[in-house]
Design a protein around this ligand. Structure first.
Ligand code: G3I
Length: 329
C-alpha cells in the first residue's frame, strides 16, 4: 500500500534494515519484504547442514533463490553462518578424535565448505557470520565445549576467520553471539574478539544478535555493550533483533494475541532501542530483525510450547504495529 512508509527508508544512509527470510517467506510475501527491508539473512538456508548435507554433496538451490531475490531487489545479504555448534552435519567431525591428524581433517572440511560457499557468492555477500555463539554462558568456562573446540582446539576461531578471509577477501567477517549485553558474557566476548585481533585474525565486526524481550536488557546494558565492542575498532551489526513479548512468570500458553499492555511495552521498547541505535549510528552499520513479520518467528512456541509471540514491527497479517510507526518516527 502506498501510505505506509518503508521501514528501511526511515534509516536510509544510516544503516541497513534487514530481515531473516526463507525461500518460503520470499515466495509468499516477497513484495512486502522488499518494500520494508534492504538487507537479508537466510534464517536457515545458508547454514552448513542445509548447503552441505554430505561431504560430497552441496545443495545451493535455496541460497541461490534468496540471493537472486536480494539482487533483483537491490538488497544486501549477510551470510549466516559458517561455524556453529548447531546445524552442522555429523560428517564434519567423523573420525575426529582430537589427534593432530584429525584436527587437520576437520580444518580441511571447513576449508572446502567455506571456499565452496563463499566463492560462489564472492563479492555478493558483503558480511558473513563466520563463528556463531562460541562463548560458554552457563559456567565460568570461556569457550563453549563444542565439537569444533574438541576436535580442532582453542584456535578454531582464528583458523575459521583466516579460512573465510582467504575464501572471500572482500567480505566483512563477524563474530556473532546472543545475550551479548549480559555483563559477564559481554566481557568474555570482548576478551575473545580482542584476542583474535591480537593474533591478527581478520575479524571485522561483532554481531550483536539482539534477542531481547519486554523486560530486558536495559538500555544502559545495551549501551555499555555497544561501547565495549566498538572500542575494539570493529564494526557492529545487530543481527537477529526481536523483542520477545514474554515474561518468564507468565507461562500461559493460551494467549493468542498481545494484551494492550504488551503492545504498549513492545512499542516503547522499540522506541528506546532505535533511539540508541541512531545515537550509535557511527558504529552500527546494519540492523536485522530475526523475521520479517510476526507470522513467522522462531519465538512461536519458545520458551512455552504452543504459546504465540509478537516480537516484530509487523503483525501476523503483515500490518504495521504501533512499534513500526514509532521506529519510523
Ligand atoms: O528442515 C527441517 C525439516 O526437514 C524437518 O521436517 C523439520 C521438522 O523437524 O525441521 C526442519 O529443520 C528446522 C529448521 O529450523 C528449518 O526450519 C529445525 O528443526 C529447527 O530446529 C530449526 O530452527 C532454527 C534454529 O535456528 C536452529 O537452531 C530456527 O528456524 C532459526 O530461527 C534459529 O536461528 C538461530 C540463529 O541461526 C542463531 N542465533 C539463534 C537463532 C534462534 O535460535
Amino acid at each position: 500500500d502506498t501510505k505506509t512508509p518503508s521501514l528501511y527508508g526511515a534509516y536510509e544512509g544510516i544503516f541497513h534494515i534487514g530481515a531473516a527470510v526463507s525461500t518460503r517467506t520470499i515466495r509468499r510475501e516477497g513484495e512486502f519484504i522488499a518494500s520494508h527491508y534492504n538487507s537479508l539473512t537466510a534464517e536457515n538456508q545458508m547454514k552448513f547442514e542445509e548447503i552441505h548435507p554430505e561431504e560430497s554433496s552441496y545443495d545451493f538451490d535455496a541460497a541461490d533463490e534468496i540471493m537472486k531475490f536480494a539482487e533483483k531487489n537491490g538488497m544486501a545479504v549477510r551470510g549466516h553462518a559458517l561455524v556453529w555448534h548447531n546445524q552442522t552435519p555429523d560428517w564434519v567431525f567423523e573420525e575426529a578424535d582430537g589427534t593432530p591428524a584429525s584436527r587437520e581433517r576437520v580444518l580441511e572440511r571447513l576449508h572446502s565448505h567455506a571456499h565452496a560457499v563463499m566463492s560462489r557468492y564472492r563479492g555478493r555477500i558483503h558480511a558473513w557470520d563466520v563463528v556463531n555463539e562460541a562463548i560458554e554462558e552457563k559456567t565460568e568456562a570461556y569457550l563453549r565445549e563444542t565439537k569444533w573446540l574438541t576436535t580442532v582446539g582453542e584456535d578454531y576461531l582464528e583458523q575459521a576467520f583466516r579460512i573465510a578471509h582467504a575464501a572471500d577477501p572482500s567480505a566483512q567477517l563477524f563474530y556473532n553471539d546472543y545475550n551479548e549485553t549480559d555483563p559477564i558474557k559481554r566481557d568474555k566476548i570482548y576478551r575473545l574478539v580482542r584476542s583474535l585481533l591480537e593474533v591478527g585474525a581478520p575479524v571485522h565486526g561483532m554481531g550483536m544478535q539482539g534477542h531481547w524481550n519486554l523486560h530486558g536488557p536495559s538500555i544502559d546494558e545495551i549501551r555499555e555493550a555497544i561501547e565495549r565492542y566498538a572500542s575494539l575498532g570493529v564494526r557492529l551489526h545487530i543481527t537477529e533483533l526481536d523483542v520477545s513479548a514474554f515474561d518468564f512468570e507468565d507461562r500461559r500458553s493460551d494467549l493468542l494475541a498481545p494484551t494492550d499492555e504488551m503492545q504498549e511495552m513492545l512499542t516503547q521498547r522499540y522506541d528506546d532501542i532505535f533511539r540508541l541505535f541512531r545515537e550509535y549510528r557511527n558504529f552500527i552499520d546494519s540492523v536485522t530483525f530475526w523475521g520479517a513479520a510476526d507470522n513467522h518467528t522462531w519465538l512461536d512456541g519458545f520458551p512455552v510450547r504452543g504459546r504465540l509471540n509478537w516480537p516484530l514491527p509487523f503483525d501476523r497479517e503483515l500490518k504495521p504495529k504501533p512499534a513500526f510507526w514509532r521506529i519510523v518516527e
